[in-house]
Design a protein around this ligand. Structure first.
Ligand code: IMP
Ligand code: MG
Length: 419
């Protein structure tokens, strides 16, 4: 029993999103009751269109109900009583919402594209619901007025893992369009470098395109890079050879971040490094330890690929050790699985997004969207951004492009309404 519990706990809970799983469970009921799998071999009195219309109505009703339960949670939040909301009882891990979610309309929107209601054998899936939640979020954001700040993760969100943002990347014209319409852009990545040149090498496609564009100078200034989760800030600078200029920490650090002492930073990284070294030895990993001034990590030796289980084990161990250490309680940190590496960074993306909001004059969480691929509760680094703003959970760079197209389309609809 104990072993089973531990396996469930350690290898499952952190790999599940409770809100999505809960919605998936709710939608499974109409699927079971209304899908008609036997119709593929037995004539049925209902056409597939009738079945789909019926299923869509039932699914959409449930999404409307969930939307209302989220609104009730938001009302509790406003009264400081979110712990007493019905949603919190149903989904204990649910956090705060920065805006309502247009779940009913988003379901219809995604159903028109993914034909969820037409399916007879495959019920609404994790990915269906993840995409409905993304659409619901951007619908609510665009309906409430212009999106003031969009922050993007780097690897897997803007470009494939470990790659660079090259000039042919279809995300570039979409980001330029956002900038043209007045949105500020933050690239909030774990990749932590002290020199502008390194970021230029990763992001040159976008930076060159901004430089060459006919955007007014002030719009060009509306892009910053927050590296190492929340450790290095660079702003766009057309006159610098790398098109980026380091912003001194005293110009962008939040007051709370000023309290992070160098002694604590060194101590936390020492504890993390010792744990990583231990795990590398125990799991016989062919790894190199990388120590930086604000991070420590393990990367594979040339030609090595770590398996998922090894990476997760490494993250969960270092995270637990840091959580239990005195310095880990004083200083925020982020331990995550980067796909074929593990890093522990000082700070996390909630601080990265908050720093971007502050840099641009105090933008609110309800006017900010963070787009990222890592939203599991442990071993993932975009997760913490949920503390600072609304979020969209994408699975690959193509989905980021789709999401930006959705925002543009929804914006267009909104503007037509207000004209
Ligand atoms: P992100 O997806 O943009 O947040 O980037 C994560 C990746 O950046 C990691 O998987 C690492 O490969 C890489 N990386 C490079 N330097 C650092 C660092 O200092 N901390 C964390 N990740 C780093
Ligand atoms: Mg990523």
């Amino acid at each position: 029993m104990t072993t089973r519990y531990r396996v469930e706990y350690a290898l499952k809970t952190h790999r599940r999103d409770q809100l999505i799983e809960w919605i998936k469970g709710l939608l499974a009921v109409p699927f079971v009751l209304h899908s008609q799998p036997t119709a593929v071999f037995e004539p049925s009195s209902e056409t597939v269109e009738q079945m789909a219309a019926n299923a869509q109505r039932r699914y959409a009703e449930i999404m409307r109900d969930v939307e209302n339960i989220v609104n009730d949670h938001i009302n509790h939040q406003k009264a400081g009583a979110q712990d007493r909301s019905k949603l919190r009882l149903l989904v204990p891990s649910v956090a705060n919402f920065f805006t309502p979610l247009a779940l009913h309309d988003a379901f219809i929107w995604q159903d028109q594209r993914r034909c969820i209601s037409f399916r007879r054998f495959v019920p609404p899936s994790f990915n269906d619901i993840r995409l409905v939640l993304n659409t619901a979020q951007v619908m609510s954001l665009t309906r409430a007025g212009p999106l003031e700040l969009v922050t993007f993760d780097g690897d897997v969100t803007l470009y494939d893992d470990g790659q660079c943002l090259t000039p042919d990347n279809p995300v570039i014209p979409r980001i330029l369009k956002l900038m043209e319409s007045g949105s500020r852009i933050g690239i909030v990545t774990a990749a932590g470098y002290t020199e502008a040149r390194k970021y230029y090498e990763r992001l040159y496609g976008l930076l060159d395109a901004i430089h060459a564009s006919n955007l007014p100078q002030s719009s060009k200034q509306s892009l910053i890079v927050l590296g190492g989760e929340s450790n290095y800030c660079f702003k766009f600078a057309g006159d610098s050879p790398d098109l980026l200029k380091l912003v001194p920490r005293n110009e962008w650090l939040l007051d709370e971040m000023l309290l992070w002492s160098e002694a604590d930073i060194t101590e936390l990284l020492d504890v993390a490094e010792a744990s990583l070294r231990d795990t590398v030895r125990n799991l016989r990993m062919e790894a190199t330890i990388v120590r930086k001034d604000r991070a420590v990590g393990i990367i594979p030796q040339p030609g090595q690929k770590f398996c998922r289980e090894t990476l997760e084990e490494t993250v969960l161990i270092v995270q637990k050790i840091l959580e239990m250490s005195p310095v880990g309680r004083r200083l925020p940190f982020c331990a995550f699985n980067g796909g074929n590496d593990v890093f522990v960074d000082i700070g996390d993306k909630s601080w990265g997004v908050l720093a971007c909001q502050r840099f641009f004059g105090g933008i609110e969480g309800s006017k900010t969207l963070h787009v990222g691929d890592q939203f599991l509760s442990a071993g993932a680094n975009d997760f913490k951004a949920r503390l600072a703003c609304t979020t969209a959970w994408i699975a690959n760079p193509a989905e980021t492009v789709q999401l930006l197209d959705e925002i543009a389309e929804l914006d267009e609809i909104q503007q037509r309404k207000t004209r």
